[in-house]
Design a protein around this ligand. Structure first.
Ligand SMILES: [Zn+2]
Length: 278
């Protein structure tokens, strides 16, 4: 799973989380998600980056989700920390569920709400499969992270509406059925469950989380060519790399170089997210 961190820090929803605007935000942040809701964007836009750029604005107060899955690459663009409260389903489900959007193929053209014509079936099906497969992986990862049962914790936006916790939308089922993909939410849940069980039986193979290395003072696995495992700060640096505060790099670490204000705030922000997403 390719995960690209692209937090929508300018979106008012992100800001409400940052300020812990009320108990809905603090409650979600303390507890983490109790469920996962799958959406699709409802327009023929395969590029996650288009949504990331369009929604990362102070004036964009309509919605905010936790991730977009790019239809062209299957990459997951994470747009909120997983334990933040999103604005994705227009109902009380925002208090309990995190929301993930499948981007939809550019090889369709909408003719009405939930209705589209297919311009290139082969391409549209390949795009739908790419985002579906990535969503299975992502949801398995999130079910593992938050100890959720895929069979009960996963809903579509459409199912959320039927359950009375989301606005009246038909996604993503309208997208899958409009393309005649054969995908269903029951099938999706079953595939997530199978993925989760496979990951549990082979944790080192399939776990997308970084693996902390054993050995408190063993810095031999540090990626920087100019850091000696015996340097006085080596253990601390290894910790910072494991926490993803300092990016691993084959380039020199340059331990004697001065720290810029720019690097300081970036490291502080990564520290905040490393700590708060536990
Ligand atoms: Zn939706």
């Amino acid at each position: 799973m390719e995960l690209i961190e692209s937090y929508l820090i300018n979106n008012p929803c992100y800001q409400a989380n940052l300020k812990q605007a009320d108990s809905r935000y603090t409650g979600f942040q303390a507890r983490g998600p109790l469920g996962l809701m799958l959406h699709s964007v409802g327009c023929a836009q395969p590029k996650a980056s288009v949504f990331v750029n369009g929604w990362n604005k102070p004036g964009y107060d309509r919605a905010c989700v936790h991730a977009f899955i790019d239809a062209g690459s299957g990459a997951v663009y994470q747009t909120l920390p997983w334990h933040y409260r999103g604005w994705h389903c227009g109902g009380s489900g925002n208090n309990t569920h995190l929301g993930v959007e499948l981007c939809e193929s550019g090889a369709i053209r909408y003719t009405g709400s939930n209705r589209f014509e297919i311009l290139n079936r082969t391409k549209a099906l390949a795009d739908a499969k790419r985002s579906y497969d990535a969503a299975v992986e992502l949801f398995a990862f999130l079910c593992g992270k938050y100890d959720l049962d895929p069979m009960t914790a996963i809903l579509s936006h459409k199912e959320g509406h039927a359950a009375g916790i989301a606005s009246d939308h038909g996604d993503p089922e309208h997208y899958w059925s409009g393309l005649d993909t054969g995908y269903t939410m029951d099938g999706f849940r079953a595939e997530v469950k199978a993925k989760l069980e496979a990951a549990a039986s082979a944790p080192s193979e399939d776990d997308p989380a970084p693996q902390p290395s054993p050995g408190q003072n063993d810095a031999a696995d540090l990626p920087f060519p100019d850091v000696d495992p015996n340097d006085w700060y080596a253990a601390a640096l290894r910790w910072a790399v494991e926490q993803r505060i300092v990016q691993p790099s084959a380039a020199p670490f340059r331990p004697e170089a001065p720290l810029t204000k720019a690097a300081a705030v970036v490291w502080l922000r990564r520290l905040y997210h490393a700590f708060c997403e536990r």
